[in-house]
Ligand binder design. Structure first.
Ligand SMILES: *[C@@H]1O[C@H](CO)[C@@H](O)[C@H](O)[C@H]1NC(C)=O
Ligand SMILES: *[C@@H]1O[C@H](CO)[C@@H](O)[C@H](O)[C@H]1NC(C)=O
Ligand SMILES: *[C@@H]1O[C@H](CO)[C@@H](O)[C@H](O)[C@H]1NC(C)=O
Ligand SMILES: *[C@@H]1O[C@H](CO)[C@@H](O)[C@H](O)[C@H]1NC(C)=O
Ligand SMILES: *[C@@H]1O[C@H](CO)[C@@H](O)[C@H](O)[C@H]1NC(C)=O
Ligand SMILES: *[C@@H]1O[C@H](CO)[C@@H](O)[C@H](O)[C@H]1NC(C)=O
Ligand SMILES: *[C@@H]1O[C@H](CO)[C@@H](O)[C@H](O)[C@H]1NC(C)=O
Length: 726
């Protein structure tokens, strides 16, 4: 996070130096023919000029075929592909045969490379699965939810390369587009029978700080002061009821199978990040792609007024911290759009050699090898602790959010009684609060168990009789930490032992089985590093790890999914217990004294925790701020274990199977494809995946001016609702 802060201040400094949009009028003649040269060296640009630049890259069929081949072959490792052809209710939006869409794309020509990427991205987003995200880093801004050190931050004393992935917590692309008015959905009275959308009351405080060097210029473009509209009621967006804009956004943003979460995602919210309380602007006010117009039209009623006003609100696109500076289209492409050293997998067991060779090639001016070397400085810096081996992760890849904006200090809760990073503990009278922003960020694997144990134990020692666990915007992390928290709170029982999480299955394909065969035949120099190594996984009864020489994928379990033949591994049990730290011999609190709260945006390992608590322990869960009368899902993007093309490619390269016809080629461009590697079995219906079973919250509470984006006030409100006699 320190490097991150530095980058941010650099961007701010750059912004100070040259924020003026007026500069664009002094374009050189040659720049006019290159729309990317016209925006070179600009920190802030209007979206139409950015779009002109992005659209200037010609469509190239070789690149199209490469993307389709990589994505399509990678999706053979994604456990959910056939389920997503037609998900059961209430997930009526999940309905796409993504493999046939990819075939269609391979037959299609586009007006530009950008149009191609938009189509691929849109089709993959129709999976509504935040584990299975396609990203072209040349165009689309990505913010890995701060906890998503994808994969295996883990098996890294060989594969140092993975440390590079941690850098992806920085938004890693060209520009993010903003509006100055993040929105909130508030109870307008009548016990939530009336709801209205408002410009967040804190809008100006957030924006004036985040865009400090530019805000005066931005207001000049708008022709009014942004302060005037903080807290204003929104009557219309582009002449339609604002809920129309909410639902339009919810139809395209992907990531969550539940519509409620995609609606809630439109609004601003808070996040507990590793070093501070952060502010998520929401999908209305922060966008990964430039919109089609430079303005949005809003009809609003300012605070203390009764008069409707229609205003044009200007978008602005700000260069992202990860963008390699460019002066024209050619070096924009070279710096930002080609595969980097982290894009494709590596042979783990030859990493040192490979890295040497690449660096040597670069020094010797071999342009082909030089391109492979990440142009930014070598980042093999922070070694990951050896005990971090073999700790699977499940986390969301969030392409819509931007988590690095600070929550204004007046909204921050007071000093916690204990905690570390994204885990903070507070005491409000007899109610302990556990704010948990992630299951992996901000601390090492072993530390996580200690933080949970110390924090919860100390809340109880200080007199807490009740507990609120706030998992707002928690995108997951270490699977075993989620299991530990369930076991720690609920005590020993058949619900927590031997497995406090899900049983799972991995997708079967011939190449996966070939990889496993190479490993079991002793074809790799070190064991336990590869995902497919049997020694990492246990039988369904959780009794023992598989033997070294056992291909656990054979024979496959043949299954018909949505009318298609599919195949999976046998059922896998728990691999987390015994935990690295001891656990209490009885429940920490009576289950009726625990409540879990979020805004619906709780994914992956957060799903493991909330689903086991809600479905097995009958703990109450509330979603706040959702649209009234819309059933609210308290979690989604459940998965079981997530990973990415890069890791699968490394498995293939480490077992020397890259020439297998099922192996995806390397990406030519700077792209990313995520996947669900293991899918959890459900609790209500144990034969089917938990992913598409209902996760409707018992309680749905509205937000008000007093509670919105104010965690402390929200926790007090929940206490009153849940335990009125406290
Ligand atoms: C951008 O900035 C660099 C260095 O600051 C300068 O060399 C270059 O001429 C600038 N390019 C444009 C198009 O203004
Ligand atoms: C298309 O992309 C490939 C791969 O980067 C490149 O070799 C080829 O020259 C490109 N074709 C054109 C017409 O630019
Ligand atoms: C905006 O606010 C500043 C100072 O707060 C004031 O000087 C200026 O006149 C205002 N502009 C408009 C358009 O209201
Ligand atoms: C609105 O009116 C109330 C009561 O008169 C006042 O306290 C508040 O400051 C006003 N808010 C704004 C933004 O003018
Ligand atoms: C890969 O697996 C398939 C299916 O089990 C098998 O037919 C094939 O021979 C294997 N190939 C290699 C190279 O192991
Ligand atoms: C667990 O399952 C395995 C494989 O089916 C079996 O060999 C083993 O005996 C079982 N262990 C227990 C304790 O049931
Ligand atoms: C794949 O490459 C290996 C050598 O790395 C070779 O032995 C094998 O025959 C190749 N297989 C195919 C199908 O080309």
């Amino acid at each position: 996070m320190a490097g991150f802060a530095l980058l941010r201040s650099l961007v701010t400094a750059l912004a100070l130096a040259r924020y003026s949009l007026a500069d664009q009028d002094s374009v050189l003649v040659e720049r006019q023919s290159d729309p990317c040269a016209a925006i070179a060296n600009q920190t802030y640009v209007v979206p139409s000029k950015l779009t002109a630049c992005l659209n200037s890259f010609a469509f190239n069929a070789t690149l199209r075929d490469n993307i389709v081949d990589v994505v399509s072959k990678t999706l053979n490792f994604h456990a959910s592909t056939n389920y997503q052809i037609w998900a059961p209710p209430p997930f009526f939006d999940v309905h796409v045969d993504v493999q046939s869409e990819l075939k269609r794309i391979k037959r299609t020509s586009y007006s530009s490379d950008f149009e191609l990427h938009k189509d691929v991205s849109a089709q993959v987003k129709r999976l509504f699965d935040g584990h299975c995200t396609y990203i072209s880093m040349s165009f689309i801004t990505i913010t890995f939810s701060s906890n998503s050190l994808q994969t295996i931050a883990v098996r890294v004393n060989i594969a140092e390369v993975y440390t590079l992935l941690t850098d992806w917590t920085v938004d890693d692309s060209l520009f993010v587009t903003y509006l100055p008015f993040p929105l909130v959905n508030l109870d307008s009275g009548w016990q939530n029978w009336v709801q209205d959308i408002y410009i967040a009351p804190e809008a100006y405080n957030v924006v004036s700080k985040e865009f400090a060097p530019f805000v005066a210029e931005w207001q000049k473009i708008a022709g009014y002061n942004f302060t005037k509209y903080a807290g204003a009621k929104v009557i219309a967006i582009d002449d339609f009821d604002p809920w129309y804009a909410v639902d339009q956004s919810a139809s395209v943003i992907g990531a969550w199978q539940g519509r409620s979460q995609r609606q809630n995602s439109f609004f601003s919210s808070y996040i507990r990040a590793a070093t501070e309380w952060s502010y998520r602007m929401g999908d209305f006010a922060a966008r990964s792609l430039p919109p089609a117009k430079d303005y949005v039209k809003m009809t609003v009623i300012p605070v203390n007024s009764t008069r409707w006003e229609t205003i044009k609100v200007p978008f602005i696109s700000r260069i992202a911290t990860g963008t390699v500076p460019f002066t024209n289209a050619a070096d924009l492409w070279k710096g930002n759009c080609l595969a980097k050293s982290t894009t494709n997998g590596v042979d783990y067991f030859a990493t040192a050699k490979t890295a040497d060779k690449m660096l040597k090639g670069a020094e010797e001016g071999d342009s082909k090898t030089a391109e492979l070397v990440d142009p930014s400085p070598p980042k093999f810096a922070e070694p990951i602790a050896p005990e971090d081996r073999r700790h699977p992760i499940s986390s969301l890849v969030d392409v819509t959010a931007l988590a690095d904006v600070a929550l204004p200090p007046e909204l921050n809760p007071p000093t916690p009684v204990s905690g570390s990073g994204t885990a903070q503990f507070y005491l409000q009278g007899k109610v302990g609060i556990f704010m948990l922003g992630s299951f992996s960020t901000g601390a090492g694997y072993a530390q996580w168990f200690q933080i949970i144990k110390d924090g919860l134990t100390s809340l109880k020692a200080q007199g807490a009789t009740h507990l609120i666990v706030d998992v707002t915007n928690n995108g997951g992390g270490y699977i075993c930490v989620a299991n530990y928290l369930h076991r720690f709170l609920a005590g020993p029982s058949p619900r927590t032992e031997p497995n406090a999480g899900f049983d799972t299955k991995a997708r079967y394909n011939a190449l996966a089985s070939n990889i496993t065969n190479v490993i079991t035949a002793g074809g790799v120099p070190e064991r336990a590093y590869l995902l497919y190594d049997p020694v990492n996984w246990r039988y369904a009864n959780s009794s023992a790890y598989f033997p070294e020489s056992y291909n656990w994928l054979e024979p496959p379990v043949k299954t018909v999914v949505n009318g298609r033949q599919d195949a999976f591994s046998q059922k896998l049990g728990d691999e987390c217990q015994p935990f690295p730290l001891d656990v209490p011999s009885e429940p920490l609190f009576p289950m009726e004294n625990i409540g879990i709260v979020n805004n619906g945006r709780c994914a992956s390992s957060c799903a493991i925790f909330t689903i086991t608590m809600a479905k097995k322990e009958k703990v109450r869960v509330a979603v706040v701020g959702g649209r009234q009368f819309t059933p609210q899902q308290y979690t989604g993007t459940v998965g079981g274990q997530s990973t990415s093309f890069t890791v699968i490619d490394s498995e293939i390269k480490s077992t020397h199977l890259k020439n297998n016809s099922l192996a995806p080629p390397d990406f030519i461009g700077n792209a990313y494809q995520g996947l669900t590697w293991r899918l959890g079995f459900g609790f209500d219906n144990p034969k089917e995946p938990e992913e598409w079973q209902n996760h409707q919250a018992d309680d749905t509470f509205p937000l008000t001016l007093e509670t919105v984006n104010r965690p402390e006030a929200l926790w007090k409100d929940l206490t009153k609702r849940w335990w009125p006699n406290l």
